[in-house]
Design a protein around this ligand. Structure first.
Ligand SMILES: [Zn+2]
Ligand SMILES: [Zn+2]
Length: 445
């Protein structure tokens, strides 16, 4: 590990304490990153000026840093549980590479809200890997589909996910029906917006295959290994690029595939469920259900520690618990019973910059009031023929997409206050905008 790593982790511990989520053993022999407190980089009195900018190195401002060609940046979009909450989205992690590629691993509810905060153009956010089909791991695909489609994505959302023991339990089945659920939504936009992004492109693969390549483009290889969780079908993912290795468990109980194929990784994100007693106390489950959820369907913190003590990644990241002062101490103690290496307890917006010589951990400074990101590819004008083509594709008439005359007759007459908006636009843009009669069907116009 480099001085840079040590400095950042030390800063995270001292500045933000437990809230930064970085924890290390107190035994310096066991913890290489605490060995290098960077006294040599201490600022001079002149530099610590009352009028000069003082950038914190424990935070990341989205949109302000280039990625180095050999660098990987991972951002926690969501780290929570199946029970939605404001401070933690459902599970999801963004992986950005110095070659320009970006990948999303799982997409729980709320992850797209956090993604928008990063202000990355939708065009670049079209590759999603789903580890299993629990709603808290793919529930925001619809938000990416619609928000990205409206926001300027010019191609489909590409989704890689496992098949299941039967076709009905696979990713292709889920996405076919999710796309169908958006039929009214898509129909409503034909002829009004650029609709090229309103598609899914599904890549379903065999969940049973072990360490099989499921994606290989542009020097990036993604492999899958089976996971053990809830039903047959879940998988974990391994991404390798530029001699860097990232592993994401999605949901799984401890298993031998992970133990074998997640070795030699730079960063391993593995689930660590909240302690079973917190499932009883906080989620009001009966003890039997809590024990099953907390230790059998998922990975208990103690078992997470055991896994990492065997894998010895450069950094182990635990997720899938409610991150509260009342939970993290118990989780940390439980993990530390068996694992003393570099560890992060993940919370939303945690950022890891991964290079061959070290890992830097910070937190995103989030502007949640921003608008949709800029478009790198210009849109195309919608056409009336889009409506014809869409209607034909689902076996209805184009006129079925029109309002009925009865509905139009119920439009309130607000022409006296709305028509002036058109006149104002004429002044602003220097050309004519025809005010339509809102109570007239298209064929009568
Ligand atoms: Zn699950
Ligand atoms: Zn889960």
């Amino acid at each position: 590990m480099t001085t840079k790593v040590g400095k950042t982790f030390i800063a995270a511990i001292f500045i933000a304490g437990i809230g930064a989520g970085a924890f290390f053993t107190s035994n310096p022999d066991l913890n290489p990153v605490t060995a290098a407190i960077p006294n040599a980089e201490a600022k001079s009195a002149d530099e610590i000026s009352p009028v000069k900018a003082q950038m914190s190195d424990s935070v990341y401002y989205p949109g302000t840093e280039d990625l180095d060609p050999d660098e990987m940046r991972i951002i926690a979009l969501g780290t929570g549980m199946p029970w939605p909450r404001g401070s933690q989205a459902g599970p999801g992690f963004l992986v950005e590479l110095g070659n320009g590629d970006k990948f999303i691993f799982d997409m729980g509810e709320g992850t797209v809200d956090n993604l928008v905060t990063l202000q990355i153009p939708w065009e670049y956010l079209d590759k999603v890997f789903i580890g299993h089909l629990h709603g808290d791991h793919f529930g925001d695909l619809g938000a990416l589909f619609i928000g990205g489609g409206l926001g300027g994505r010019t191609g489909p959302v590409r989704v890689w996910g496992p098949n299941g023991p039967t076709p009905e339990l696979g990713t292709a089945y889920a996405l076919e029906h999710l796309a169908k659920a958006f039929t009214w939504d898509k129909a409503s936009r034909q002829g009004y917006v650029d609709v090229r992004g309103f598609e899914f492109e599904t890549h379903e693969f065999d969940y049973k295959k072990v360490n099989a390549v499921i994606y290989e483009e542009n020097g990036v290889v993604v492999r899958s290994i089976p996971a053990i969780h809830a039903l047959e079908g879940p998988v974990s993912f391994i991404l390798e690029w530029n001699d860097l290795k990232f592993v994401f468990s999605s949901d799984t109980a401890p298993n031998t595939w992970f133990d074998e194929y997640a070795r030699d990784a730079d960063l391993v994100i593995h689930e660590s469920f909240i302690p079973a007693i917190d499932v009883v106390n906080g989620l009001k489950a009966d003890p039997e259900s809590a024990l099953f959820a907390g230790t059998q369907a998922h990975t208990a913190p103690q078992a997470f520690g055991k896994i990492m003590s065997r894998l010895k990644p450069k950094l182990a990241v635990a997720y899938h618990f409610f991150y509260d002062n009342s939970t993290v101490v118990n989780i940390l103690d439980s993990i530390r019973q068996s694992y003393t290496g570099p560890l992060s307890l993940a919370k939303d917006y945690m950022v890891w910059n991964v290079k061959k010589d070290g890992i830097r951990q910070r937190m995103v400074v989030a502007d949640q009031d921003n608008w949709t990101p800029e478009k790198p590819v210009p849109g195309i004008a919608p056409l009336q023929s889009d409506r014809d083509a869409f209607a034909a594709s689902i076996g209805i008439k184009t006129s079925d997409l029109d309002f009925s005359q009865d509905t139009l007759n119920h439009r309130l007459d607000v022409d006296d206050v709305v028509e002036p908006i058109y006149i104002e636009f004429e002044k602003i843009f220097g050309r004519k905008f025809n005010y339509p009669d809102p109570r007239t069907k298209p064929e009568d116009k």
